[in-house]
Design a protein around this ligand. Structure first.
Ligand code: FES
Length: 294
């Protein structure tokens, strides 16, 4: 027959409650300290492994504290009582008075534990605010502006300016604004078509020079470089998901997942006969984002 564990006497219960209380206090205090240390480590530049350990201590402290609290201080099991006499004996009244006084102490203890629990959760919340800094700097106008301005010379990757005669019919070259060569937001394709009279809306013919038209090289699907040109069909192709853009029709997408034409850059010539932009793109380049109108 199994041994039956004897019920805890009042003398046993008091030291057990005190020990449990110490464990809960230690757990919540450790959690608070770890959360504050986590905030400091993050603020000072961060260290992934240390941050992980501190986060584990902070969350673990709250968990241990709540489990011990529940086991030691909350009633457990099903409690039934025989219906008895309505009137209380003197002994019962004395016993209730004693229990009530004990209860007052328990309530005071619980207030302390609740404050510590609030402190531990609050400290962890403060530490959780710091990762907001990881979102990086505000983008500002960077989503709308590139380095192209009125009169900006167009430069190849090796730093040469481009004249119309440098581009053969059916040829294509990638250029950037002068002073911004290689910048990821402004690669631009210059395409020279064989029959400029084929240009039609939405191509802005007043933005072309001697059959040369300029479009952003960043695919409007997810931003891959549109690098392939089929000169006979006058089509630009994106190698990532095969979006295809019609060069003589304002780089309108005619195949693939892209839904928006490649933005066109206004072109002109400076006095030295070099190709220049006559302004920036009139719409954001690359894939769509949240505040695009359509
Ligand atoms: S990025 Fe060009 S088709 Fe997807």
């Amino acid at each position: 027959m199994d041994d039956i564990e004897p019920a805890a006497t009042e003398e046993d219960a008091a030291p057990r409650a005190a020990a449990g209380e110490r464990v809960v206090i230690a757990a919540f205090t450790a959690s608070m300290a770890a959360a504050l240390a986590l905030a400091v480590v993050y603020w000072r530049g961060g260290q992934a492994q240390l941050e992980g350990v501190l986060l584990a201590i902070s969350l673990g402290g709250i968990g241990v504290g709540m489990v011990v609290w529940a086991k030691r201080f909350l009633p457990s099991g099903e409690i039934t009582e025989e219906r008895g006499r309505m009137a209380s004996t003197d002994d019962e009244v004395a016993s209730f008075t004693h229990a009530f006084e004990q209860g007052e102490q328990a309530i005071q203890r619980r207030a302390l534990l609740l404050k510590l629990l609030g402190g531990a959760v609050g400290a962890l919340g403060v530490a959780a605010l710091f990762p907001i800094r990881s979102l990086g700097p505000r983008p500002g106008r960077g989503l709308f502006d590139t380095g192209f301005r009125n009169g900006t010379r167009l430069m190849t990757v090796d730093g040469r300016s481009v004249r119309p005669e440098d581009l053969s019919v059916g040829g294509v070259v990638t250029v950037w604004p002068e002073g911004h060569v290689g910048e990821p937001d402004s690669p631009t394709l210059l395409v020279r078509v064989d029959r400029p009279e084929l240009f039609r809306r939405p191509t802005r013919t007043q933005w072309t020079v001697e059959g040369i038209v300029a479009y952003s090289k960043l695919c409007t699907h997810t931003g891959c470089p549109v690098g392939l040109y089929q000169s006979r069909e006058r089509l630009l192709l994106c190698p990532c998901h095969q979006s295809t853009f019609d060069v003589v029709e304002g780089a309108k997408p005619i195949f693939g997942p892209a839904t928006r034409p490649l933005p066109q850059l206004p072109l002109g010539l400076n006095q030295a006969g070099e190709l220049v932009s006559t302004g920036d793109y009139r719409e954001p380049i690359g894939p769509g984002f949240w505040n695009r109108r359509r």
